[in-house]
Ligand binder design. Structure first.
Ligand code: BGC
Length: 257
């Protein structure tokens, strides 16, 4: 289990290699886990078309081999991860369900790899170094990408695997209506898409009454085009670490294991 973002453990490592596994790319970099800064250039390798455990593990191995570093490794994964095992596969190959992801990556690399949900990793990074730094109470990060990821924090402590992207809203899986990929596929304007995001985030707000929403994913760089269109009681801040949040959060999880 991941240590609370706000709490540094005694054996925390100063750097760790973070890997962010996404639908189109797998990215890695060495991270200074005291500052959240990248210590090497980010390397990106395209996600294999057939994103099976074997194929993805080969890419993880390739990334690890490119850095001269023998410390800890952390990786994100876009699914429920319970004790290292994938329990879902909404946007990845179904053969991942029931796979011990920690074990597959550790065997492939010959090193211990700590795996956690991608949105949880991004949330850890935002809480420690980004938009939710020093914010207490209930903080919810939502990532809008291929799917919708969520990370829930209570006073800086992560409640993992919340999967709020799969809330059923108006008879649909929420991410099938409001993910950024749906906006792209249907060539929707921000104005049109924001109506769907409003319906979705309104529901999340009604369930949790958060103190702060952080919105992440690629669309967060255009936050000024859609966040002002939302009408919610909860303050909303765009994610600050953008493309690096997953890498940084994965490295933090490994360093604080
Ligand atoms: C998955 C989540 C993931 C999110 C973002 C959803 O479809 O169920 O586990 O965090 O996509 O990648």
């Amino acid at each position: 289990m991941t240590a609370p973002a706000s709490q540094q453990t005694g054996n925390m490592q100063e750097s760790a290699f973070g890997i962010d596994i996404g639908g189109s790319g797998i990215k890695g970099a060495l991270v200074d886990t005291r500052t959240g800064e990248l210590k090497t250039q980010r390397v990106r390798i395209a996600t294999p078309e057939e994103s099976t455990p074997h194929n993805v593990a080969q890419v993880v191995l390739e990334l690890v081999q490119r850095v001269q570093f023998d410390g800890r490794i952390g990786a994100t994964f876009p699914a429920i991860i319970k004790n290292g095992v994938a329990r879902s596969a909404a946007n990845v190959d179904p053969s991942w369900i029931g796979t011990d992801v920690d074990d597959v990556f550790s065997k492939a690399t010959g090193r211990e790899v700590t795996v956690l949900n991608d949105a949880d990793a991004a949330g850890l990074a935002e809480v420690r170094f980004g938009a939710a730094r020093d914010v207490s109470g209930v903080v919810i990060l939502l990532t809008f990408g291929t799917g919708i990821g969520s990370a829930l924090f209570i006073d800086g402590r992560l409640v993992p695997n919340t999967e709020l992207g799969h809330l059923e809203i108006d008879g649909h899986d929420a991410e099938d209506r409001a993910a950024a990929s749906v906006k792209d596929q249907q060539k929707m304007s921000y104005r049109h898409w924001a109506k769907r995001v409003q319906r979705y985030m309104g529901q999340v707000e009604a369930l949790f009454t958060p103190d702060l929403f952080i919105v992440g994913g690629g669309v967060s760089k255009d936050a000024d085009r859609w966040v002002p269109l939302l009408d919610l009681k909860t303050p909303i801040r765009p994610a600050q670490l953008l493309n690096n949040a997953g890498i940084v959060g994965a490295a933090m999880a490994a360093a604080e294991r």
